[in-house]
Each structure stands twice: as structure tokens, then as C-alpha cells.
Write a protein that binds this ligand. Structure first.
Ligand SMILES: [Zn+2]
Length: 396
């Protein structure tokens, strides 16, 4: 379908979810009351007038964000990773999960998926209560919980011997570095979560001797974009309306999900910085492209001279020094203090080189402390989806 037609459909779906949210979700009824009325809500440009909401709004209004047409106890709950200290619960209705299944199927079909093929999903859900990953339905889908040890995960995946593997990037990398490299030969692996740099992609492709594709998703919106066979990232304009608001970091993503009616998120600030693209993909799809995901807006590093570095840029630089797939965390504590955590011991001369290279990246006014660890401390380990984090606020 061409882009114009898709945009038409998108606008209709957007309009519907706004009207629905106004009449069915107490939170929106309240915060929109000064902006819209029953007549104005039908205007096609109404979205621009609505306030942008953020994590804090969800946290403070958790009971008012569920549509009056749904019973919270019967919904599927997905928790955000809680890296900002507070875990958010997002509730989904069953039809929205079915839509998500269909979208995932579109992604797999693009790569020649056949129904007899086995798919392993590494699942963040703990199987106690019904989670998103257990409601994904594929003829031969298998779920391996992320919290199992790497050894047990590898044993299980070898037994299944899947053609397709889906998991967050850190889980896939950890499996590579386990004592026993998994003897599986998937046709392709789809990763999400951490920022995927080209060097890590290449590294994983060599280890698994397969193709690595990336998806852009979040607990709040589920599926926003996915890579086609050409490795171009297509944005799902039939699931969400994404606004790309330019600031000095790049383009801030404001998302509206029009599939989930249980807990609609309208103009939700995801806190992600991306670079959209006007290019057209050679695969022929009308879904627009996103050129790059640069990281979370909170995690851009701001240097004393005012220069700003994206998490992806810092990540790429570190990978070029220590090798792809090696675990590290960078935490900017203050404008003048950055800590680099490196896993596994490195020798003294290398440390000296690292210190000099860090100065090259961050400048002479920044003090970089390098901490070597065999295991990362718990609070650092918790920053699962964020290799680079910053506690310094940037005024946008
Ligand atoms: Zn494409």
C-alpha cells in the first residue's frame, strides 16, 4: 500500500482513538476539558492542541487511565523496565495483543516465515500471571524466561533448535559469552531493547552465522518500528502515530497508540531520540522509515563546554576500543564526573590507554573513573536497556 493511502488510514484511526479516549477515559476527559469539546474533538487537527503526557502522568493517574469499558483485572499487564526507579504498569486489551501478533507476523513473513518454523521468544514475563509474551500466538512459538541462567537457556534453545529467535539484545549477547556457545543455527535473530550499533550487529552475525534484525518497541506502545529484509527500519503507521519533535538532541518521539483501547496513550513522550528519514525503501513498502535510534533523551551526555553526545555515539566509540559485545556501562554522575564500568580485568597498560581515549572523547575537564568488575553491582546491572546513562539534566 502506498504511503498516502496508509497516512489516510492512520488519520482515521487517530481520530477515532481521540474521540474514544475523550468519552471513555477519565484522565483525558479531565486534562482535555479546557482544550476540546464534543464538536472540536472531531476536527482533524485536534491532536496538535492536546497536551503531551509523560511517565509521571501515568504514574500519578494509574487508576484514571483505564477506559471505563474495561475491567482492569481482565487485562494483560506489561511493566516498563523501571530503570528510572519506578516501574509503570501498562494494561492491554486482548484485541490489541492480537493486532500485535499480526504485526509480528508481517515482520516474519517479510523474511519468508513458514508456519512450520519454530520460534523462540526470550520472555521478560515471569509466567506467574499472563504476560504479553505468553499471548503471542504462533503455531510453533516457544518461550524461554530471561531470568533463567544462561546455561539453562542455552540447553533449552538447543533442544528446540529454532529457525527464528526473538530476544532483547543483552540476552542474546550474554548467550554468546557463556562458557558453552549455543549450537543453534537460526535463519534470523530479531533483537530489541538496547541500542544496536553496526559493530555489535556484525559481531552477532558472525557468532551465530545468521542475519540480525532490529525492532523498536516499548512497554508503553509495544511495537513501533521494525527492520525489513533490507535492514531499513519501517515505522508502523497502522499501529501508532509518531510525532518527531526537533530539539537540540535530535527528534523527540511523541507517540499515540491507536490500537490499545484499554489504556490509550495519546501524545505520550517516550523520551527517545531518533532520526526520521524521508527515504523510500527498495523493499517497496509504504511504511515510512526511521534512520536511526539515538537513545533516551535523559541519557545524552552533556560536556562542560556545552557539547552534547548521544548514547549511541558514546557506545560506538567504546565498542571501537574494547571490542563489540563486551559489557560496559557509562554513567555520567555530574557534568565533570563520568564513571566507566568494565567487565573482566584488563591489564594496566590497557587501562592507561583507555583513560587517554576517554579524555579524547570527553575532553580534559571531565574526570573519568574506570572501575573494573567481574560482575556489575546490582544497581548498574539494573540499567539493562541503557549502556550509557546520565544524571545531568539538559535544558532543551
Ligand atoms: Zn523496507
Amino acid at each position: 500500500m502506498n504511503t498516502e493511502r496508509l497516512v489516510e488510514i492512520q488519520n482515521k484511526m487517530l481520530q477515532k482513538i481521540i474521540e474514544y479516549s475523550f468519552t471513555s477515559v477519565p484522565f483525558y476527559k479531565d486534562i482535555w476539558k479546557d482544550v476540546v469539546n464534543k464538536k472540536a474533538i472531531k476536527s482533524s487537527k485536534i491532536i496538535d492542541l492536546l497536551p503531551i503526557i509523560c511517565r509521571k502522568d501515568i504514574f500519578l493517574n494509574k487508576n484514571n487511565m483505564i477506559s471505563k469499558h474495561f475491567d482492569k483485572g481482565k487485562l494483560i499487564c506489561r511493566k516498563t523496565s523501571g530503570t528510572l526507579g519506578r516501574t509503570l504498569k501498562i494494561f492491554y486489551d486482548i484485541p490489541s495483543i492480537e493486532y500485535f501478533n499480526a504485526e509480528l507476523l508481517r515482520d516474519f513473513l517479510d523474511k519468508g516465515y513458514r508456519t512450520w518454523e519454530k520460534i523462540v521468544f526470550f520472555s521478560p514475563d515471569k509466567f506467574k500471571k499472563k504476560g504479553i509474551f505468553e499471548v503471542i500466538e504462533f503455531t510453533r512459538g516457544y518461550f524461554i524466561p530471561e531470568f533463567w541462567s544462561d546455561e539453562v537457556k542455552i540447553k533449552k534453545i538447543e533442544n528446540i533448535n529454532p529457525q527464528i529467535v526473538v530476544g532483547d539484545l543483552s540476552t542474546i549477547i550474554n548467550i554468546c559469552f557463556s562458557n558453552h556457545e549455543p549450537e543453534v543455527k537460526p535463519r534470523f535473530i530479531t533483537v530489541y531493547g538496547d541500542l544496536l550499533t553496526e559493530s555489535v550487529r556484525k559481531f552477532l552475525e558472525e557468532v551465530f552465522n545468521t542475519t540480525i534484525y532490529q525492532r523498536y518497541s516499548s512497554a508503553e506502545i509495544l511495537s513501533m518500528a521494525w527492520e525489513c529484509k533490507e535492514k531499513n527500519m519501517h515505522y508502523n503507521i497502522d499501529i501508532a502515530y509518531l510525532e518527531f519533535l526537533k530539539n537540540k538532541l535530535g527528534y523527540n518521539v511523541i507517540a499515540t497508540n491507536f490500537i490499545n483501547r484499554a489504556m490509550p496513550l495519546i501524545r505520550y513522550d517516550l523520551g527517545d531520540i531518533v532520526i526520521p528519514s524521508d527515504d523510500i525503501c527498495s523493499c517497496g513498502r509504504g511504511l515510512p522509515l526511521i534512520k536511526s535510534i539515538e537513545g533516551r533523551a535523559n541519557d545524552f551526555i552533556v560536556l562542560p563546554n556545552g557539547k552534547i553526545l548521544s548514547p549511541k555515539k558514546v557506545q560506538r566509540y567504546l565498542e571501537s576500543l574494547i571490542g563489540s559485545g563486551k559489557e560496559f556501562r557509562i554513567v555520567q554522575k555530574t557534568k565533570y564526573n563520568i564513571v566507566l564500568y568494565l567487565k573482566n580485568c584488563l591489564d594496566e597498560p590497557f587501562l592507561q590507554i583507555m583513560e587517554n581515549k576517554m579524555k579524547k572523547l570527553f575532553g580534559n575537564f571531565v574526570n573519568v573513573k574506570i572501575i573494573l568488575k567481574n560482575k556489575f553491582p546490582k544497581n548498574i546491572k539494573m540499567m539493562k536497556y541503557r549502556t550509557v546513562t546520565s544524571k545531568v539534566k539538559i535544558n532543551l
